[in-house]
Design a protein around this ligand. Structure first.
Ligand code: PLP
Length: 373
């Protein structure tokens, strides 16, 4: 049997006719850069997140950069975030001219450890960017209360958490603003690049609408420095269709996670993802932890099972950030995760047989290793 890590075709086959009809409409209307499709998707996505505004942009990375920039964060400022994320989180902070300041993560949820924030706050700190890693929100209430005490903005990196819940509140509606990615492999994915900022802050929304369109407040009036980061009309049309199916895809991901849990939870030395109390995890990534990660990964691949590592090098140890002066062991939990994480196949269209095949292989690899030991 073959179980790819991700199978976008499985999803796209079922939506082919619906999507091509919508693409034809965009084509006929020539609504390519921004336009009515983007407006409609923005309305639907804002409602989905329980926010008053969604502003479509060209990527999740741009969404982070736009939100930080439009809050006036720039040279000389510090922004607190985590080292175990996709590089884009820290990259966006750097691109504003600000300095990312990392804090370690909680060993169970793998999201920002609120207890480590205060010691990292300086007179230069302007914002906190928690990452809702793998589809589970960070522990936001303590983060928000520290932010309030020190007058800091909170910008959620929700690129992996479309539809996740924290104490019955939607990911995206928790901080001052939140950034989503619609990269093809995300839980809600375009057929190309796209992203969005969502917020209840009307002033910020106005700024970001200008920022993504060369700083224009009206035609040919450039009121602020911006960029070209308009959302593509074809992508908006596709995303609007896919958004209708997202709740059922999320249910399927959660069922798959449940099955993985049932079939793997008695395996020693293997830590399974934990859904924290009062959270709804949307399982963008299903990452298990094991000290034998590299051997397990190689043997699973030999059996036709696609795996991933999110992420093999924590951001503070990436060459691009050497100038910040971080060292090995600065963030022991994030570094242990980088050594031990192994992401298993996870998408709505996975079958029970496929999951069972994956868990059976893990079980037999584990048994043979124990015999060797
Ligand atoms: C995917 C991702 C991003 C970047 O989104 P792009 O649309 O690829 O630019 C940012 N942060 C996290 C945590 C992500 O997973």
């Amino acid at each position: 049997m073959n179980v790819p890590f991700l199978d976008l075709n499985a999803q796209h086959k079922t939506l082919h006719d619906e999507i091509f009809l919508a693409l034809e409409q965009v084509y006929d209307k020539t609504a390519f850069a921004g336009g009515p499709m983007v407006d409609q998707f923005e309305n639907d996505f804002a409602e989905f997140c329980g926010c008053s505004h969604a502003i479509g942009v060209n990527s999740g990375t741009d969404a982070l950069w736009a939100a930080l920039s439009c809050y006036g964060i720039g040279v000389g400022d510090e922004v607190i975030t985590v080292p175990n994320s996709f590089i884009a989180t820290a990259e966006a902070i750097h691109n504003c001219g600000a300095t990312p300041v990392f804090v370690d993560v909680d060993p169970q949820s793998y999201t920002m450890n609120p207890e480590q924030i205060e010691e990292s706050i300086t007179e230069f700190t302007q914002a906190i960017v928690p990452v809702h890693l793998f589809g589970q929100t960070a522990d936001m209430d303590p983060i928000l209360s520290i932010a309030k005490q020190y007058n800091l903005k909170v910008i959620e990196d929700a690129a992996q958490a479309h539809g996740a819940l924290y104490k019955n509140r939607k990911a995206g509606s928790l901080g001052d603003a939140a950034c989503f990615s619609f990269y093809p492999g995300k839980n809600l994915g375009a057929c190309g690049e796209a992203g969005a900022v969502v917020t209840n802050d009307s002033d910020l929304a106005d700024q970001i609408r200008m920022f993504r369109n060369h700083g224009q407040s009206s035609k040919n009036i450039h009121s602020i420095f911006g960029w070209n980061s308009r959302m593509d009309g074809f992508q908006a049309a596709i995303l609007q269709i896919k958004l209708k199916y997202l709740p059922s895809w999320t249910d399927a991901r959660r069922r798959h996670a449940q099955k993985y849990y049932q079939e793997l939870n008695d395996i020693q030395d293997t830590i399974l993802p934990k859904e924290m109390e009062l959270n709804k995890h949307v399982f963008h990534v299903y990452s298990i932890r094991t000290p034998q990660r590299d051997t397990l990964m190689r043997q699973l691949q030999e059996k036709g099972i696609g795996c991933g590592i999110h992420y093999p090098t924590p951001i503070h140890l990436q060459e691009a950030f050497f100038h910040l002066g971080y060292h090995h062991n600065d963030f022991p939990i994030a570094e242990q995760c980088a050594r031990e994480f192994l992401s298993l196949p996870m998408y709505a269209e996975l079958s029970e047989d496929q999951i069972h095949y994956v868990t059976n292989q893990i079980r037999s690899i584990h048994q043979s290793q124990q015999m060797v030991a």
